[in-house]
Design a protein around this ligand. Sequence first.
Ligand code: MOS
Length: 735
Amino acid sequence: MRTVRSRPVIGTGVNRVDGPRKVTGTAPYPMDFDVPGQVYAALVQSTIAAGRILRIDTEAAEASPGVVTVLTHTNAPRLKRAPVSKLGASPPPPLQDDRILHYGQHIAVVVAETPEQATAAARLVSAEYEPTEPLLDLMDPRAPQVDDPWGTDHSRGDAAAALTTAEVMVEATYTTADNTNNPLGPFATLASWDGGHLTVHDTTQWPFLVRGTLAAVFGVPESSVRVLAPYVGGGFGAGLRVWPHVILTVAAARLLQRPVKLVLTRPQMFTSVGHRPKTVQRISVGATRTGDLVGIDHRSVSPVAMEDEDYEPVASGTASAYACENVFTQDRQARLNIPDPTSMRAPAQAQGNFALESALDELAYKLGVDPLDLRLRNYAEIHPVHSLPWSSKALRECYEVGAQRFGWYARNPVPGSMRDGNWLVGYGVAGVSYPWFAMDCYAQVTVHRDGSALVRSAATDIGTGTYTVMTQLSAECLGLHLGQVRFDLGDSDMPVAPQAGGSGLTAALGNAVFDACHQLLRRFAELASGDRESPLYGVAPEAVEATQGHVHPIGRPRLGETYTDILGRHELPELAANGHSRPRSQDELGMAPAGAFGAKFVEVRVDAELGLVRVARAVSVIDGGRILNEKTARSQIIGGTVGGIGMALLEDTVTDVPSGRIANGTFGDYLIPVNADVPDMDVVFVGDPDRGSPVGTKGVGEVGIVGVAAAVANAVHHATGKRIRSLPITLDALL
Ligand code: MOS
């Protein structure tokens, strides 16, 4: 397999190519687009969690200044539910009947000439309900159960039998809280119909999903729908589904035959675009007295909304984390009257890892061994589920490098033994094995007569650095410098790309770009090798490469000529090629495709009297395969770690019982880490390019958050002797 060689452009921490556009305010986010004649939508949301609408009064709203229309379930068009995508099914379309399934459900949309008029009129819509008792408790036996919807439950060996013979055992229940994605950019949709053709600017991580979903819901061909998202103000997973407000905006635009724009408010962001579902996890881990794992049983329950199909296999990551012959994992869901949960950065893994890596810490204390040594002792040298070598795995190096940089072995293992004045000091560690995920991806590359290149794919850059790393990779493959390459994305009219999600985009898109560039190079070489006037005459087309804008035989840069020379002699304005990447299965590779790995080391300080927890240091050592840009990759790990500190210590989306209202649905009330909560962070990348693909990257968008919560909880235990099994760890638990 032809692979990328490290040359100057890849790997170096170049600045974001879209940075100047962002800091000068010229990068248009979905809410920044305007179309002549557009009107504005505002949502009306349910104030009960379950029941039905008896009467909805829209008269006052309709009579309000500037109002163009008010849609409710009584007059909204009937819509089909969109088909299932690779990441699950879309939520049911809105305004289809009088039933209320959660607090904050959209019950009307008001459209007016200005946003202020729409917002004012939306307040005039009043509804009369027939409420029923909502199901809000995850452990409520009346909640309808969903068993293993994707077949991800795992069983090998006989975990139950192994656990009965274990010499040392930990059995405990861990819980994690509802968290809300809260990207900074409010979600926005601008929809305009031109006859049967629909154009939508939307906050999404996946333009092709939006295109396919809207085509199905509105009964038009996919080719009649164009979805644009050149800039997205963050997503953390919230942009992986097509939400009811998007469908409402498109429906209103079609009815009115006018462009309609909707921007969610921050409180609406808490109920309209998903959240990380809470979990209750029961885990049993058994070992021999010398610390060899003999059995793991990990069962999780998490909520799903009443008619939704979202799913997170919370316990599943445990199956491939350690060398252990007897493992059982099980995921169950309970249907509740809550807004739709959805993927939030490292869905399932962030929660499941907390239970597993906390339980291992408990086991280490019971065994009297070092928590890091326990992990190394049970290191999975081959993939424990597939029994194949990993396509890459440098987790051991993560542990070793991290332990050294952090000073792990200076730790006195006795809980409560390390002190700095009034602060109890604790060190905690967690290991992370992030699952591999990939989808098909396409890209197109064009080199113009002036020697510049345009590369395109319908991907998105949700702040992760896609524009930048793909510009670098294209430049590297084409032998151009960064300023000669433009990478365009965020338009469903471009070649098909998967979601910016599952930490899979950089690998899928990178390999597609790599393929496209090599196809194009070959086209240039074919032109030149058949041309007596070319210095490449007679050279085998597959034996060329490009450096500094020259196409030349591999390793012989002096023998070539420029793209411009070739295009000029053939009187061509440009030459283009398409590229494709597809995930390769373990059967094809003879290896288990590996995602990223990581080790997290955290120092906490706990105020002995007040129970206040501060994270003092965090070291993240990550095996992300080939790192295309050290700076943007580091930024992903830093951001993930900050998110992890939030999950560990602060974030908790509180549902009021029995109303079902989100009680803290603003940035004033929902706590996230601010600068004062975030310590200096050390981020190190280790490992080699992954052997499973030509470019060899593994995604680093999610691995950074995983393990932080367990490392913090383990450090809190080390500092205080208190084992906190419920997130977030707030000071009341430590008093
Ligand atoms: Mo991520 S939750 O796959 O954006």
